[in-house]
Design a protein around this ligand. Structure first.
Ligand code: PGA
Length: 241
């Protein structure tokens, strides 16, 4: 596991973008696993800037996102599809036919999960998966559980996740209670993983995830078993390591 400590959020974003940019440069048809949340916004800003400067080409890139809320249309401003369009897809020359996000409106949830897993396999697997980390150690929407869920599945969001995500909605009641997420196995099959974290409020969970016991109660702790993980965090997030 490589750990890069940066001074602040901007530094974290630039470092993470540089790592993703080198992946895109070295393998122009890479399958990128992408994440939402507030942490990756700066990384996407940096990638959009590199594209604008003419330093990056996304025309052959394929993407798969970690998760999506159940019950939200892609046009809904709170959906992760909308987030990705706004923060990355509309700002670079990515082919929208090559981006994949679970369909929050799928009539048959189980089928949607199986299809999503198949899509990732058909793409040849994920070359580089970007991850944030929840305050409870979740990655994607894999919440603390008794077992590691292997494949893409539908999950009931925990109270702490609803609490953390309500800032994006008009009220807590509007936060969807369920989401589709890649499983821990799906994430662990990515060839490379890049986890980013910023801020003091992530310090305790970063310590637990990276130095504590490997347990499904702290889903991100499983990353200790992955052969190619890069952590990029700012000083505040890494202050307890
Ligand atoms: P955040 O969320 O980037 O908004 O802190 C991270 C996550 O829940 O994975």
């Amino acid at each position: 596991m490589k750990i890069y400590k940066t001074k602040d959020y901007r530094g974290m974003s630039r470092k993470a973008a540089a790592i993703i940019a080198s992946q895109v440069t070295l393998k122009p048809d890479s399958v990128l696993g992408l994440a939402t949340g507030s942490t990756p916004i700066g990384t996407y800003d940096e990638l959009a800037m590199l594209y604008k400067q003419g330093d990056l080409d996304f025309s052959e890139i394929r993407t798969v996102n970690l998760d999506e809320y159940k019950g939200l249309e892609p046009e809904n401003e709170q959906s992760y599809f909308y987030f990705m369009k706004k923060h990355l897809f509309e700002r670079v020359n990515i082919n929208l036919d090559s981006v994949h996000i679970p369909d929050g409106m799928a009539a048959d949830g189980e089928r949607e999960c199986a299809c999503y897993e198949q899509t990732i396999q058909d793409l040849g697997g994920i070359d580089l998966q970007l991850l944030g980390i929840g305050h409870n150690g979740h990655i994607g929407f894999n919440e603390p559980e008794k077992v590691f869920e292997r494949e893409t599945h539908c999950v009931e969001l925990s109270g702490s996740t609803i609490e953390a995500n309500k800032r994006f909605f008009a009220s807590e009641e509007e936060v969807p209670r369920y989401a589709y997420t890649m499983g821990i196995g799906t994430i662990m099959r990515a060839k490379k993983i890049l986890l980013i974290a910023s801020g003091e409020e992530k310090a305790a969970i970063m310590k637990q995830a990276l130095r504590g016991p490997i347990t499904p109660e702290v889903p991100a702790s499983v990353l200790q078993l992955h052969p190619d993980v890069t952590i990029v965090g700012d000083e505040a997030a890494l202050s307890l390591l």
